[in-house]
Ligand binder design. Structure first.
Ligand SMILES: *Cc1c(COP(=O)(O)O)cnc(C)c1O
Length: 395
């Protein structure tokens, strides 16, 4: 454990007071904010309408721009991340594409850490490539290489821990390098959530999430969000939000508001259970390696805890297909962040047909398994894993 790591339940950050701050202002004194499920808002007078169009009055006009339920979620998220403002999107990918496209133009270069989320990698390799925007991938642990690569770059795209292999970086140091070179820094913070990592406080310019994961927390919503300074968020709000149009819906915002109420509790439960399972896996003869930021590693500066997602690699001697099919609590499924424990076998990902065919770029090992440790209980989940291993040993 690194210095400054706090044990579960002792994170100094009081997320609950931030989350409940909104509740007094709700219509009808409802304890839960109502869903303002409307596409448009009417004006009582011509003067009110023209004042709004002139920008003299800020009020909802159309829900692609501003919706009160969505706004509550955005303000909650801005507070949780320590940003001045935030914008909700229809998916994590809408948040990523709208954010990146707000800061680059043809001829520009982006520096990204290697092993970023696969669909972000594919966005960079398809649409951005056609727009003549180049992406250089660098090992985020190599700060000298980062420093060199950032020379002349417009944007630094971070993820720590990275997808699948869970490589961690000194996010504050990388953000400092981006600042030195005049590049805007962006981080995907879906894995840690603001409970365990607040990148804006480490000097990153913009923090984004797939809210489909821990922020929602119940596997029932696909959404995204980006937070940061008012100036940078205004830049995204001005063009990418209205013209690309990937706005978060009121009902999904309401589900996210509900999810955020239990975020700190859920994150701590995922942390305790996943860490215990990761340590037990590490001790097994049949396991070659566990990729979890807190197992045989010190947490990097700024990461205050660990969530429920990690991967491990089996040695030869397990029939991975039989292992997957023998599990009862762990279901085969993508995504993560909800109550349910899930697995994705590396072998399956390596055979994905999506373009560009980039599975190797994520560091995925054919004998690896990605686990999301849900909230079913550590001992039940451990028995499930041990039982499936016993049933799939190649003798
Ligand atoms: C799921 C995920 C995304 C994409 O989010 P969607 O809500 O599925 O569009 C981005 N980054 C990470 C790390 C993810 O896990």
């Amino acid at each position: 454990m690194n210095e400054g790591h706090t044990e579960p339940g002792q994170h100094g950050f009081d997320a609950f007071s931030l989350i409940t701050a909104h509740d007094e202002a709700n219509a009808f004194d409802a304890v839960v904010p109502p869903i303002v499920q409307t596409s448009l808002f009417t004006f009582s007078t011509y003067d009110e309408m023209i004042a709004t169009y002139r920008g003299e009055k800020i009020r909802p006009v159309y829900s692609r721009g501003l919706n009160p339920t969505v706004r509550i979620f955005e303000e909650m998220l801005a507070k949780l991340e320590g940003g001045e403002d935030a914008l909700g999107f229809a998916s994590g990918m809408a948040a990523i594409s709208s954010t990146v496209l707000s800061f680059v133009e043809p001829g520009d270069r982006i520096v990204a850490v290697r092993h970023v989320y696969p669909d972000a990698f594919r966005l960079f390799g398809t649409i951005l490539k056609r727009m003549k925007i180049d992406v250089t991938y660098v090992d985020g642990r190599d700060e000298d290489a980062m420093d060199k690569a950032l020379d002349g770059a417009k944007l630094l795209y971070l993820e720590s821990p990275t997808s699948w292999v869970m490589e961690t970086h000194d996010v504050g140091a990388l953000a400092g390098l981006a600042r030195k070179h005049g590049a805007v820094s962006v981080i995907d913070n879906s894995w840690a959530s603001p409970v365990f990592q607040q990148p804006l406080s480490l000097g990153v310019d913009l923090v984004l999430h797939s809210a489909s994961k821990y922020l929602g927390g119940h596997s029932d919503v696909v959404a995204g969000v980006v937070a940061g300074s008012k100036a940078l968020i205004d830049r995204i709000r001005g063009e990418a939000l209205p013209y690309l149009g990937g706005k978060l819906s009121p009902f999904d915002a309401w589900l996210l508001i509900r999810g955020l109420r239990t975020l700190p509790l859920r994150m701590k439960a995922h942390e305790v259970s996943a860490l215990e399972i990761a340590r037990r896996l590490q001790a097994l003869e049949i396991v070659e390696r566990v990729c979890h930021p807190a197992v045989s590693n010190r947490l990097p500066p700024g990461l205050k805890g660990t969530s429920g997602l990690f991967s491990f690699i089996f040695k030869e001697g397990i029939d991975i297909r039989a292992f997957c099919d023998s599990l009862k609590l762990f279901k085969l499924g993508v995504s993560w962040g909800g109550h349910e424990s899930l697995i994705v076998p590396g072998e399956v990902v390596l055979q994905q047909k999506a373009q560009p065919n980039s599975a190797h770029a994520f560091g995925t090992h054919p004998r690896s398994i990605r686990l999301h440790v849900g909230l079913e209980g550590t001992e039940a989940l451990w028995s499930d894993l041990v039982g499936a291993m016993a049933a799939s040993k190649i003798t």
